[in-house]
Design a protein. Sequence first.
Length: 178
Amino acid sequence: MTKEQREQCHKIIYTAATSAAAMGAGLAQLPSADGATILPINISMIMALGKVFDQDLTKETATAMALAVSPLFVGRMASPVLFGWIPILGNVVNASTAAGMTEALGWMIANRFEQESKIDPAVLRRAEETFGRERALEWLKGQCEALSNLRPIDLLETASGRRQVLDVLVCIDHGYVY
């Protein structure tokens, strides 16, 4: 990630985290009410982060990304139930968890976009055609027996490495290797 990209991500993520904290604090006494306001904040944050890394995201894609990680943040739902009803303490705890979870989501997405930006677009497109978006990234980062147990992503720095990875993807598509 370049210094400029990091600075842009920092502004986007901390603006979203601050907004989420305000919603969390303001709606602490209404269990789960802040979720409806924090989700759109997270979606906007994901779309803005995508622009930093030249990712053209639709609102539907950003929504799916936000919802895909929501099971990881199930503990966030416990804070309003356990502490939300206590004035002041509930507001502080709810604001803190909302900000922390939004920040964690933001940096997780920014790091993912940064990793994707390093992958040759033709190779990424071909891997997505073969495996689908999520599985393509897993495959590129995992060891591949057809590439002598090397990680495909490590071979993308050279033209011959990219060609090898593309050749393996073609073979996978035709059922020759996996």
